[in-house]
Design a protein around this ligand. Structure first.
Ligand code: PHE
Length: 340
């Protein structure tokens, strides 16, 4: 067998190609699916076990030699050039690389589109907020411990203390102040919390919060809206469950889980074998909150919900480290090219 390998190697090295058809002959003879090298691999079966490794290695080397010779032949072979066809000016130019949208923008848009379809408008507001819009109007009394739920960055502006908004519920206060029901709006945007940066927490992230106020809005409306959202976002099979929770501005309040998108609720390490993943907080708007913004709480009721865009992106793209979203690593961002 060694001799055979040597013979083939010599033949490869001395092979001369005059034109492309010779190159093709070379490829078929040595590297084709019925070629000599394939034949050697077939013979390998008959080699005693203790020699298999050595012979296998020799055949691999031979294949590498044949492949690089083939590449050389291709490279040095100048096809007869047809000037005219090469200079075809009507050919389109090479497309420029246009980059990609950030994954958080993609998900934010997806969330917006889902709610736009059922009549929600989009409202935006300032990232630097006053205490009233971020806390007081949302039923967080001064000094109330609930304020500690959201570690806030405060900025001293003269004598006044202002804050970086900790949630986009502040935008909804502004909407309520300036509009009478029916109100149906979502507020996407960046929010800030004074947290140590780790894989699971960051000092800024993104939210989409929703608000629906009209006559006779009920908890059942809230549940159906969220179920619709979960199915649009995660697929027809998605289910939701609500667990009682607390927010100062809603009563009753709930946290919402979606059936695990990885194992479809059967239990896996992503959902810690519970079958459920937490995606958002929600509840019925507290009458105080409506009254603070001059909405008649006897006539109107409403629901609100808020979700983290990073959290939804994490579930869709299975990216488990929050920090990657703001590092701008081009290798990460390039993976979202097809989602333009
Ligand atoms: N604003 C809450 C938060 O950021 C989320 C929320 C919104 C909860 C609306 C209930 C209702 O944590």
């Amino acid at each position: 067998m060694i001799e055979q390998i040597q013979k083939i190697e010599e033949e490869i090295e001395t092979f001369n190609a005059k034109d492309t058809s010779d190159i093709e002959k070379f490829r078929i003879r040595f590297l084709g699916s019925k070629g000599l090298i394939k034949g050697l691999y077939a013979l390998l079966r008959e080699v005693p076990n203790e020699n298999k490794k050595e012979f296998g290695q020799k055949i691999n080397d031979l294949r590498t030699i044949a492949e690089s010779k083939l590449n050389n032949l291709k490279g040095s072979n100048k096809k007869p050039v047809n000037k005219k066809s090469e200079e075809d000016l009507s050919k389109p130019t090479r497309a420029d690389s246009v980059g990609s949208h950030h994954p958080l923008s993609i998900i934010k848009r997806e969330i917006e589109d889902i709610f736009k379809k059922i009549g929600f408008s989009i409202s935006e507001g300032p990232e630097i907020e006053d205490d009233w819009h971020n806390f007081s109007a949302l039923n967080f009394p001064p000094e109330h411990p609930a304020r500690d739920m959201q570690d806030t960055f405060f900025i001293q502006k003269g004598k006044e203390e202002i804050a970086l908004r900790t949630h986009t519920s502040s935008v909804q206060v502004r909407v309520m102040e300036n509009n009478q029901p029916p109100i149906r709006t979502i507020s996407p945007g960046r929010v800030y919390r004074n947290e140590a940066i780790s894989a699971r927490a960051h000092c800024f992230f993104h939210q989409v919060e929703g608000l629906y106020i009209d006559e006779n809005v009920s908890f059942a409306d809230l549940k159906q809206t969220l179920l619709y959202f979960a199915k649009e976002m995660f697929g027809e099979k998605a289910e939701i469950r609500l667990r009682p929770s607390f927010f100062p501005f809603t009563e009753p309040s709930a946290e919402v889980d979606v059936s695990c998108t990885i194992c479809n609720g059967k239990g896996c390490n992503v959902c810690k074998y519970t079958g459920w993943l937490e995606i958002l907080g929600c509840g019925m708007v507290y009458p105080n909150v409506l009254e603070s913004s001059n909405i008649d709480s006897k006539k109107y009721s409403g629901f609100a919900f808020g979700m983290g865009v990073e959290r939804i992106a994490q579930l869709k793209y299975k990216v488990n480290d929050l920090r990657i979203y703001s590092e701008n690593d081009i290798r990460f961002l390039n993976q979202f090219k097809s989602e333009l």
